[in-house]
Design a protein around this ligand. Structure first.
Ligand code: PEP
Ligand code: MN
Length: 347
């Protein structure tokens, strides 16, 4: 449920509501919007049938409204205004379309540096790259670990780009936080609840990928774990789901993009690289995602995809990435967006 405060309610009245909730073993999440101040109540309320009436008696409270959806803090009912996350001046969820690009995995210094320079020059705003790789097979490349984080941090520094990288285990969060600007929770970890709690406690933005076989509701409930720990800087990422189709690596659920916008206030990034698994399908699905309202794209790029240690088949060459950026711009414009990187490029 949400507690809607009266216009002009005082901070001390908000404190009283928070204290009451706390005393009942519940959590209050404050959202001070332009239009209204609300407190999202989470916790087990089923044993308190008169909670709503009791809270409505607290001075400063206008009304108490149940949230009908199982996901609460991510819902539009809790927060009608869209969340915009500012990462060192790059704003995800606003009017600008943000492109995140880089290799699947950091392999060598040259590979990381040349890719970062190229994607930046083509207009990408955020650098991606994995150092801790989740792998279906234990025999494929599992990442360079901290050495990889150091290479990515060097490329981030040189190009003035924020870095997103995956954190694979709860124990790695403290280490990855030192290097990354956004913590990525991968598809295979979408329901690793201990990891979700841990990144929820980190004071860093998080991008939560949709699980391989997760429904949108399961995905949003996973997001709820992070939000419930107090981390509001959350981005969702659609990266394709498992279906009966085997032509593509996954089936990209473009419809998830408008659904996420309808149901939640969280930004959503589309990842056509993992969704398709095939480099020549990345461009059309990127264009479709932007047209469907994605707040940004995440694209894998490699200097020589044929020698990539991971995800070469879906990685774009430098030339193909440049082409994609050129083709994306008019589609972004057609849906009322500008390209985030164009400002930086001119600077
Ligand atoms: C990745 O981004 O490199 C990755 C492993 O993605 P996913 O978790 O979506 O498979
Ligand atoms: Mn990959």
């Amino acid at each position: 449920m949400i507690v809607v405060m009266k216009a002009g309610s005082q901070d001390k009245e908000i404190d009283v509501v928070m204290d009451r909730l706390h005393a009942l073993g519940l959590q209050g999440h404050l959202s001070k919007g332009v239009e209204r101040t609300v407190i999202g109540v989470v916790g087990v309320t089923s044993a308190m049938p008169d909670l709503r009436e009791r809270l409505e008696l607290v001075p400063g409270v206008s009304e108490v409204v149940p949230i009908s959806k199982p996901f609460k803090l991510s819902s539009r009912e809790f927060e009608p205004e869209k969340t915009v996350i500012d990462i060192g001046g790059v704003r995800i969820g606003g009017q600008e379309l943000v492109v995140i690009a880089g290799p699947c995995a950091a392999e060598t210094r040259d590979q990381v540096m040349s890719t970062a320079r190229t994607v930046k020059a083509a207009g990408a705003s955020i650098l991606r790259g994995g150092a801790f790789k989740p792998s279906t097979s234990p025999y494929s490349f599992r990442g360079l670990g901290e050495e990889g984080l150091k290479l990515l941090a060097e490329a981030k520094q040189e190009n003035g780009m924020p870095l997103i990288t995956e954190v694979l285990t709860p124990q790695d969060v403290d280490l990855v936080v030192k290097y990354a600007d956004i913590l990525q929770v991968g598809a295979r970890n979408m329901q690793n609840f201990i990891l979700l709690d841990e990144v929820g406690q980190a004071r860093k933005p998080v991008m939560l990928k949709r699980g391989l076989s997760a429904t949108i509701q399961e995905w949003l409930l996973a997001a709820e774990y992070i939000l419930a720990q107090g981390n509001r800087q959350l981005i969702l990422c659609e990266r394709g789901i498992r279906t009966y189709e085997t032509y593509t690596r996954n089936t990209m659920d473009i419809s998830a993009i408008p659904v996420v916008h309808k149901e939640t206030h969280l930004p959503i990034i589309a990842d056509p690289s993992h969704a398709t698994g095939k480099w020549d399908l990345v461009m059309p699905m990127a264009l479709a995602s932007v047209a469907a309202g994605a707040d940004g794209l995440m694209i894998e790029v490699h200097p020589t995809p044929d020698t990539a240690l991971k995800d070469g088949a879906q990685s774009l060459t430098f030339d193909h990435f440049g082409e994609l950026m050129k083709r994306v711009a008019p589609v972004a414009q057609a849906v009322g967006r500008t390209m985030a990187g164009s400002k930086q490029k001119k600077a």
